[in-house]
Design a protein around this ligand. Structure first.
Ligand code: NAP
Length: 494
């Protein structure tokens, strides 16, 4: 039996945008019996964990923030990580969420107890039980470090971009960055001037578009403070401009203009034809996340940087060896190798009504009703669940829609007196089928690349394949006909 104080109505796992967004809405609904279980010592999720040099958001902050809490004080159009983290800390404080956060509580697993109609949660600080479980650990929170032979015998420092080792001064060192994704293209220009030598190990060259970063001064802050509608208008314009990409994702040929702009950007930045050839992608733009940067290419053109395109075959105690036998001597390795979004470790440890874990039910391809709820897992809500990710705009928009779905479910439970809700198998199957049909022929599957959007079965279980307003329209409400309402058991402990 759970100890007093550890039995709650709602348990939220994580305190990033998802966890905080859910908590705020619960409070607004008058529900205060909830906790946020957070393994770290601060809120912020990905914006707390990613502290690599140069870390910033490639979506404009007017859009990459809660719709109900615009921040007139952003100092740039694309905010650096510390500003976003400070925003989340402030929001958590001002909305009174901090007393609900159980810091240092890592969730090891959770299982639905069908007799008690509760989720039993196992945390590093002891058990919790809850009627409703909201999973918001982030889609990109489990770093992926590739299993390269010899890595365990490397005698320099090696760390992942999302676990930056600030105790190690890269100044004057020979450094390898493995990977050329969204994280690497931000950190490479930030560390290039400080290191003696930088090897950038590129497996697939990314498409990169120029970016217009603008400083936002006090005068504009004052205007936004005084006329919040102006900031909302700006947010709306950014939203619409970014949604236009969806047209191209759906018809890869329409991406040609974007490719042309990216090619010109590359040509303008890199004079050396051999390097330019190395950096030219051979797949359709949009197939992987479109990257925005003005300083990545210029950094690669600096004399202390070498772009290595040969496959890495081994790591030696002081070097990285490539398939052609070349050896790059390094003091440190930074893994910009991404995350495990379609196989998150926690999915192995969330067990539903029949005792099976999410991963067993998913069998390599995560699926959920409206990207949020799963057949066989009563009262479980996955924020940033399957097919809710985006390659072009703000995930905060998607999170808010999913939170509304969770709130609608809570209201439905309250209204009907049901103990739990679970999607009907046919409703979930119809949703997943519609997503898959929409996905067919998109740039993610037809664009000639292999991205983390595709799971082990080759299905795109990461992205929402349509306009995000369509997601919102579909998800922000709840159709009771799509759910089974499970009545309370007489014996269930309330
Ligand atoms: P990523 O996009 O998954 O990129 C990983 C990079 O590592 C790719 O270049 C990949 O090459 C390479 N790689 C992986 N395994 C490798 C191996 N064994 N050997 C050599 N190279 C290897 O990861 P990320 O850059 O951390 O970004 C992940 C996601 O985080 C992004 O897509 C985005 O959603 C989010 N993010 C967002 C921002 C933002 O500003 N909003 C910033 C950073 C990250 P291949 O391409 O060949 O697989």
């Amino acid at each position: 039996m759970a100890e007093a104080g550890t039995r709650v109505r709602v348990a939220i796992v994580g305190s990033g945008f998802g966890g905080l967004g859910a908590a705020i809405r619960l409070k607004q609904e008058g529900i205060t019996d909830f906790v946020l279980l957070e393994p770290a010592r601060d809120v912020g999720g990905t914006w707390r964990d990613n502290t690599y040099p140069g870390c910033e958001c490639d979506v404009q902050s007017h859009l990459y923030s809660f719709s109900f809490e615009p921040n007139p004080e952003w100092t740039r159009s694309f905010s650096p990580q510390p500003e976003i983290q400070a925003y989340l800390q402030r929001v958590a404080k001002e909305f009174g969420i901090l007393p609900h956060v159980r810091f240092g509580h890592e969730v090891r697993g959770a299982a639905w107890d069908d007799a008690a109609q509760l989720w039993r949660i196992d945390t590093t600080q002891g058990p919790y039980s809850t009627r409703v479980l909201v999973m918001a650990p982030g889609a990109l929170s489990d770093p992926l470090v590739p299993d390269i032979p010899g890595l365990d015998r490397f005698e320099g420092r090696a760390f992942h971009s999302a676990r930056w080792d600030h105790s190690f001064d890269l100044g004057g060192k020979r450094v390898a960055v493995i990977g050329t994704g969204a994280s690497a293209i931000q950190l490479v220009p930030a560390i290039q001037p400080r290191v003696e030598k930088l090897f950038v190990f590129q497996r697939t060259p990314p498409w990169i578009l120029p970016r217009t970063q603008r400083r936002v001064g006090e005068r504009t802050h004052r205007v936004y403070r005084r006329f919040p509608a102006l900031q909302r208008g700006m947010r709306g314009m950014i939203y619409l401009a970014r949604e236009a990409f969806v047209l191209g994702f759906r018809r890869p040929r329409a991406m040609r203009l974007a490719e042309k702009i990216a090619r010109r950007h590359l040509a303008k930045s890199i004079a050396d034809p051999a390097l330019r050839a190395k950096l030219t992608p051979a797949w359709t733009i949009g197939c992987k996340r479109i990257l925005l940067s003005n300083d990545y290419y210029p950094a690669l053109a600096r004399p202390n940087v070498e772009v290595v395109t040969d496959r890495i075959s081994a790591i030696h105690p002081h070097s990285i060896v490539t398939a052609n036998g070349a050896e790059c001597e390094v003091d440190a390795i930074v893994f910009g190798t991404g995350f495990l979004p379609t196989d998150p470790p926690l999915a192995h440890a969330i067990r539903g009504r029949d005792g099976r874990a999410l991963t067993e039910v998913w069998a390599g391809s995560p699926k959920a009703h409206v990207g949020t709820t799963v057949v066989g897992f009563p009262n479980l809500f996955l924020l940033m669940g399957p097919n809710t990710g985006l390659g072009h705009t703000s995930v905060v928009y998607m999170i808010e829609a999913q939170v509304e779905h969770m709130i609608a479910a809570m209201r439905h439970l309250e209204r009907t007196g049901a103990a739990a809700l679970e999607p009907r198998p046919e409703a979930q199957a119809a949703f997943v089928d519609a997503v898959d049909r929409r996905m067919a022929g998109t740039v993610w599957t037809a664009g000639g690349c292999r991205s983390w959007y595709l799971d082990g079965t080759g299905r795109n279980s990461a992205l929402w394949p349509d306009f995000t307003w369509r997601f919102r329209r579909r998800v922000a409400t709840l159709d009771p006909a799509e759910y089974v309402a499970i009545p309370p058991r007489a014996a269930a402990a309330e």
